[in-house]
Every structure is written in structure tokens, then in C-alpha cells.
Write a protein that binds this ligand. Structure first.
Ligand SMILES: Cc1cc2nc3c(=O)[nH]c(=O)nc-3n(C[C@H](O)[C@H](O)[C@H](O)COP(=O)(O)OP(=O)(O)OC[C@H]3O[C@@H](n4cnc5c(N)ncnc54)[C@H](O)[C@@H]3O)c2cc1C
Length: 274
């Protein structure tokens, strides 16, 4: 379910537009020529302002959408200085962009049921994934549970709602969709027989969500893949700042740690101790 790495370039991209999609998140559209056509969903970029940024280290973001061959969007939640400086850039500003990085998700064939579990900006790797599944005539076997604390943090859910597939929303406060978190929503759907435990399960979101999902998937013996949002330094395997312990009996067990930026960010659950 993961795909191989592609050679990355570090380029100056131009910020084309910026759009607020909730109380603390924005979609940035960058013009960036020369990227390969066949980018797997789940690949990421390291982004930093070309001028005026205070952070020494670029920040990692999943590629969200590709509205044109030379245009890429990123769905960015403001957490600290790095994200604040990116989302306050004005159109026309230049952004240093190193991409494509990481392995990404393999888009499974139509006969394989897929259940996506995403929270907040954890939806970012999956817009392209769902688009690719629909293009491969696999909409009927593609399901997604998208959750957030509150309805206004279901960032850009309209982009997913516009696609013809099984999308389920969940909010912790019950303000939209299922009342509870995405793992509770998943458990309810499996128990009701609406989703099958023989599906492949793909998850991305904040650490708490991913840990809850990983525990649930192990208890229910689900085949699962996680896209981790680990802290990163370089993004391309040199600084070793993003280790995740491997499972000695798993496919990466020959070495005790894997680098999230290089061997990930997508890992099968049986490959890592998480
Ligand atoms: C492969 C990958 C893809 C990502 N994709 C996206 C995306 O599409 N959209 C998006 O909004 N974010 C994404 N992230 C997370 C994003 O990189 C961080 O939110 C960002 O680096 C925070 O930078 P900052 O300077 O704003 O915050 P910082 O000042 O670095 O941190 C602010 C606060 O957030 C916490 N924090 C920051 N980063 C992390 C982390 N990785 N794990 C746990 N806590 C953290 C810090 O502890 C601190 O409390 C991704 C991360 C990875 C590794």
C-alpha cells in the first residue's frame, strides 16, 4: 500500500492564492513547474518562506490537490511560528519548496475495499487519493470517515463532499455528523455491518487520533496503514530527526528505527511500534 520515493527538487514556488477554510486553517496554492505527472497521494513537501521567515527549518505538508499541472495546494493548520509565517504570506510571495518527498499511498485496485480515517488536516493526503480511486472506477469501494473537534474544523470538507463516494463526517461535540471521534465512528460503522473489517484502512491525523486508531486496529486485527505527522528536520533522510521504532518481526525490522521522511510517512501498522 505504500509506494516508492521519487527524486525531489528544491525550487522557488510562487504563492498564487490563499483561502481561509476554518478558524485556524488555510489552503495555499503554489505555482511550481517541473513536477512529475504521476505523484502518488500522500507525498509531501518541505515549505518555508523565501524571504522574511524566522525559522531555520522548513516544515512538512502533504500535497493536498493539484488543480493544474504546475499548481499544487496545501491545507495548513496554524500551530506555531512556521505555519503562521506561511499562511500570512501574500499572493506573489515566493516559497522554498522541496518535493516530492516520502513514499505516499499506493492507490489500491477497485476490488479492494478502502476505508480512510482522517482527522482535521489529516484529510490532506486523501483528497488526491479519493480522486484517483474515482478515476480508477473504484468509488463504490472507497469509504472515508472525516472527523474534527467541531463542525467548523472539518476543513474544506466541501471538497470531499463534492466527490461521489461514501463520506461520513464526525465531530467530537456532535455539531455535524456522528457524535464522537473518528475511531468511535469507525467502530460503530463496523459493528453495524456498514463497513467491512476485511477492508484496508488508511489513517492520518494528529498523534492522539493515530494512537487511538492504531490501538483499535490491533484489537480488531485490521490491515492498516498510517501516515505519520512526526517532527522533521530535513525531510529527505539526512538529519535522522524523525525516527519511529520498527517492529522487529515486521517488514522494516532489519533496523530498529525507520525515518518517517524517508521510509515513510506512510507505514503499515505491522512495520512500526506505534
Ligand atoms: C509528512 C507530514 C505531513 C504533514 N502534513 C500536514 C498538512 O498537510 N497540513 C498541516 O497543517 N500539517 C501537516 N503536518 C504537520 C506540520 O508539519 C506541523 O504542524 C508544522 O510543522 C508545525 O510547525 P509550526 O512551526 O507552526 O509549529 P511548531 O512551533 O513547530 O509547533 C507548535 C506546536 O505544535 C506542536 N507540534 C508541531 N509539529 C508537531 C508534530 N509533527 N507532531 C506533534 N506536535 C507537533 C508543538 O509541540 C507545539 O506545541 C505534516 C507533518 C508531516 C511530518
Amino acid at each position: 500500500m505504500q509506494v516508492a520515493e521519487t527524486a525531489a527538487s528544491s525550487l522557488r514556488a510562487t504563492l498564487v492564492s490563499r483561502r481561509a477554510v476554518g478558524p485556524d486553517a488555510f489552503i495555499l496554492e503554489l505555482e511550481l513547474p517541473g513536477m512529475p505527472n504521476d505523484l502518488a497521494p500522500g507525498k509531501f513537501a518541505m515549505l518555508s518562506p523565501a524571504v522574511g521567515g524566522t525559522q531555520q527549518i522548513a516544515r512538512p505538508f502533504s500535497v493536498y490537490d493539484r488543480p493544474a499541472a504546475n499548481r499544487f495546494t496545501f491545507l495548513i493548520q496554524v500551530l506555531g511560528d512556521g505555519t503562521r509565517e506561511l499562511v500570512t504570506l501574500e499572493p506573489g510571495a515566493e516559497v522554498i519548496c522541496t518535493m516530492p518527498l516520502g513514499n505516499g499511498f499506493e492507490v489500491a485496485p477497485a476490488e479492494q475495499e478502502i476505508v480512510i480515517v482522517a482527522g482535521g488536516v489529516g484529510s490532506a493526503p486523501f483528497l488526491k487519493y479519493v480522486q484517483d480511486r474515482i478515476a480508477a472506477k473504484a468509488a463504490a469501494t472507497t469509504h472515508m470517515i472525516l472527523g474534527a473537534r467541531t463542525a467548523d474544523r472539518l476543513y474544506d470538507s466541501e471538497a470531499f463532499e463534492a466527490l461521489d463516494f461514501d463520506l461520513r463526517l464526525a465531530t467530537d461535540d456532535g455539531s455535524r455528523g456522528f457524535h464522537g471521534n473518528v475511531v468511535q465512528a469507525l467502530g460503530a460503522a463496523l459493528d453495524a455491518g456498514e463497513l467491512s473489517s476485511s477492508a484496508h484502512f488508511l489513517a492520518c491525523g494528529p498523534a492522539g487520533l493515530l494512537h487511538g486508531f492504531a490501538d483499535f486496529a490491533r484489537q480488531r486485527l485490521l490491515r492498516a496503514w498510517l501516515s505519520l505527522e512526526t517532527y522533521m528536520g530535513c525531510g529527505f533522510g539526512v538529519c535522522n530527526a524523525c525516527p519511529v521504532p520498527t517492529n522487529p518481526d515486521g517488514p522494516l525490522g532489519a533496523w530498529p528505527f525507520a525515518r518517517t521522511c524517508k521510509e515513510g510517512p506512510v507505514f503499515s501498522l505491522d512495520a512500526i511500534q506505534f
